[in-house]
Design a protein around this ligand. Structure first.
Ligand code: ADP
Length: 711
């Protein structure tokens, strides 16, 4: 046990500990490398993401340079040159939602009239056309007749008179409008209709006092009149034309005016469509109407956004421009900022006011970026290109954290990379998600695989060493146990014959032996015991010799029959007084065999000795020598206790003794049969055993016949 512990301790210190240490180092190496891989990957992702952001930045820079070009045109905002430039810029930069400029006195203005309407009350700040006070007397007289006296025929005549003397075309248009109105009131519908059509055709853009243009009201009246006259198709065509003109901004209207006219004309169109009319392709009109309604809704959204910006953004814009002017980035051509006003969010880029410009009159140009377009037309394709699906997924989040845009494959878990946009504009964040790298894959496919192999190797060595150690330990222990068993049995074996020899010798010496017969008997016992001692010593020595390879057998042609007869006679002599009879049979003449006489004699002696020892109550033993094919057989048979099947396989093992140690009454060392086998095998022979418990045993030595002999 002590030894076992020592070996295990040595194994632990010598193999397990260094292996653990190596394993730990390899593990640390793997970890380090993994961290490195992760870092490289994160770096790669960062670079890729920055390319996507750069794409966005580039497109915005394009829009800004277009803006700079516009600002550089030093002509009025309503000049045709400016209009053309704005048109071109809008086509080339679909990301631009709106150009605008900021003027200290007037706030935010839009150079492009792409809005459905202007805010209510807008016109008050603008020019006011001539009002009733400046009207000629003829017109005022006609109006008296129309509104006070309600004398329409005379009013019509008065308007016609006033019209003839009117020099100003605007004034003439207004009088024509009043004339048409009176015609209608007088029931002259056809005349009224043609007058309205004349106004629409020639004076549509004339503005009434208060700023309302004549066009829309004339068109609406014409539509109503043609319906009253029963010409529905014409009415429908005129109404749709009016609706289209409203949406396409033929006239500048305030919001409430636009809503009034649009509401009226839409109501009329719906009624006409509901009425139906013979010979009319209603479906086509309906489709046209639906298309226009969609256009209106879209334009209305854009207009509302722009108006809210116009109303609310100026103070914030000024504040931010002032703040950024004081900052280090003063040299940069434009300021990008995200504004919240009227519940809407605007991504705005403003050209920095030229240094030294007079703040009171300088126009600050800016543009609103179309964030939806930027997302869908620039960011999505860029991200889809840069992060191929299947590997990574991405999400673009707004300021509130809601996902604005995401890859086809949904992102999950914590992002491996997160970044804001260049100069935080737009105010979004980009997140990249990626599944963690497969450990095995990463290491087996790269040079880092080495670590894994080292790892495996160490584990292999450990297991191998463990098995080897355990095996050698248990082998050692088994051997040690056998040896100590051997020592105790052998010393016991020696002790009892020696004791009896000493006792008998003492008695003989003291002369206290009563009779000669008894004395003779003692001599016999002395002889027998010393012979047993001699046999035992011989066995041990021979075995030791054979084992160490020192026993060179002296093989010579031997007469087996004679050898067997000699051994049998000697044993018979020894055991006669115990009542044994050993029968000897030799079958015919035996061919000579190459044998070492003394060794083979010892083997046969051992077999016979065992037969005697394990005979139990039986007193009969048979020895037979015969010629069996290519071999000479020496068989020793007894009729004693026999050997059980499992013991039969092991009786030839060294120190092995069959049966329970307690029930073993017969003295022995477990060496006899081991020696027999060694000797026989040294003769290239075989030894066999057949036995049945309680029936007795048959041991047979087979020795090869000398070549050329036998048969
Ligand atoms: P030993 O006789 O000294 O014990 P051996 O090697 O001669 O050692 O025999 C090994 C064992 O085989 C014996 O202990 C015994 O149990 C068994 N054995 C040998 N010969 C016989 C036999 N003829 N009959 C029964 N058992 C036998």
């Amino acid at each position: 046990m002590q030894q076992r512990r020592r070996i295990v301790l040595l194994f632990g210190l010598g193999i397990v500990l260094p292996s653990l240490l190596l394993g730990y180092l390899a593990f640390r190496g793997i970890q380090n490398d993994r961290a490195l891989v992760e870092k490289e990957r994160a770096e790669e992702i960062r670079r890729t993401a920055e390319r996507a952001l750069a794409a966005v930045d580039d497109r915005m820079a394009d829009a800004e340079s277009a803006l700079a070009k516009i600002a550089a045109i030093s002509v009025g905002t309503s000049s045709p040159e400016m209009a053309a430039a704005l048109e071109r810029a809008a086509v080339e930069n679909p990301l631009i939602e709106q150009f605008f400029y900021l003027q200290n006195t007037r706030g935010i203005l839009f150079p492009v009239a792409n809005l459905l309407y202007v805010p209510d009350g807008w016109r008050e700040t603008g020019l006011s056309p001539t009002g009733p006070a400046g009207d000629p007397a003829g017109l005022r007289a006609a109006e008296q007749l129309e509104f006070r006296q309600k004398d329409y025929p005379r009013a019509a005549a008065a308007y016609r008179l006033a019209l003839r003397s009117a020099q100003d075309p605007n004034l003439a248009a207004r009088i024509l409008n009043a004339f048409a109105r009176v015609l209608r009131k007088s029931g002259l519908l056809t005349e009224a209709l043609s007058t309205y059509e004349e106004i629409l055709g020639e004076h549509g853009s004339v503005v009434l006092p208060g700023g309302i243009p004549l066009g829309p009201s004339a068109a609406l009246e014409a539509g109503l009149l043609s319906r009253e006259l029963g010409d529905s198709p014409r009415s429908l065509r005129m109404s749709l034309a009016l609706y289209r003109s409203l949406i396409r901004r033929e006239w500048t209207l305030e919001k409430s005016e636009f809503e009034f006219f649009a509401g009226r004309v839409k109501g009329l169109i719906r009624e006409l469509l509901a009425d139906g009319a013979a010979g009319l392709d209603l479906a086509q009109f309906q489709a046209e109407f639906d298309g226009l309604a969609g256009e209106e809704a879209e334009a209305q959204g854009r207009t509302e956004r722009a108006l809210r910006f116009q109303i609310g953004a100026a103070p914030a814009l000024r504040a931010k421009i002032a703040a950024s002017a004081g900052q280090a980035g003063q040299g940069s051509p434009s300021v990008r900022l995200t504004l919240e006003t009227g519940g809407l969010s605007y991504d705005v880029s403003v050209l920095s006011p030229a240094a030294g410009a007079d703040g009171a009159t300088a126009r600050i140009w800016g543009l609103i970026i179309d964030a939806a377009r930027l997302r869908e037309d620039v960011l999505r394709p860029a991200l889809s290109d840069l992060f191929p699906p299947g590997e990574s997924s991405w999400v673009v989040r707004g300021r509130d954290g809601a996902a604005l845009l995401s890859s086809e494959k949904a992102a999950s878990g914590r992002p491996v990379f997160k970044t804001n946009f260049v100069s935080n504009f737009p105010d979004w964040a980009l997140e990249i998600h990626q599944p963690p790298p497969r450990l095995i894959k990463t290491f087996l496919l790269s040079r880092r695989g080495l670590y894994s192999f080292v790892f495996l190797l160490i584990a292999g060595i450990l297991v191998f060493g463990l098995i080897l150690t355990l095996r050698s330990v248990s082998h050692e222990l088994e051997l040690a146990r056998l040896k100590s068993d051997f020592v105790s049995t052998v010393s016991h074996e020696f002790k009892s014959p020696l004791t009896s020899i000493r006792q008998l010798a003492e008695m003989l010496q003291s002369g206290r032996v009563p009779s000669e017969e008894r004395r003779q008997k003692y001599y016999d016992v002395l002889l027998e015991q010393s012979e047993r001692l001699a046999l035992l010593t011989d066995n041990i020595l021979s075995l030791a010799k054979i084992e160490s390879g020192r026993a060179a057998l002296k093989l010579e042609s031997t007469d087996i029959a004679a050898l067997v007869a000699d051994v049998t006679a000697s044993i018979q002599e020894r055991v006669r007084h115990e009542g044994f009879t050993i029968g000897l049979g030799v079958d015919g003449p035996l061919p000579p065999v190459a044998a070492d006489r003394s060794a083979l004699g010892q083997a046969v002696t051992n077999l016979l000795d065992n037969a005697v020892k394990y005979s139990g109550g039986s007193r009969k033993i048979e020895v037979r020598a015969s010629h069996e094919g290519q071999a000479v057989a020496i068989a020793v048979r007894d009729f004693g206790i026999g050997i059980s099947q499992e013991d039969r396989a092991r009786v030839f093992e060294r120190f092995y003794r069959a049966g329970d140690a307690l029930t073993r009454t017969v003295k022995g060392s477990g060496l006899g049969l081991a020696l027999v086998r060694e000797i026989v095998e040294a003769h290239r022979g075989k030894v066999l055993v057949e036995s049945e418990p309680g029936q007795g045993s048959l041991f047979t030595i087979l020795l090869p016949v000398l070549p050329g002999e036998g048969k």
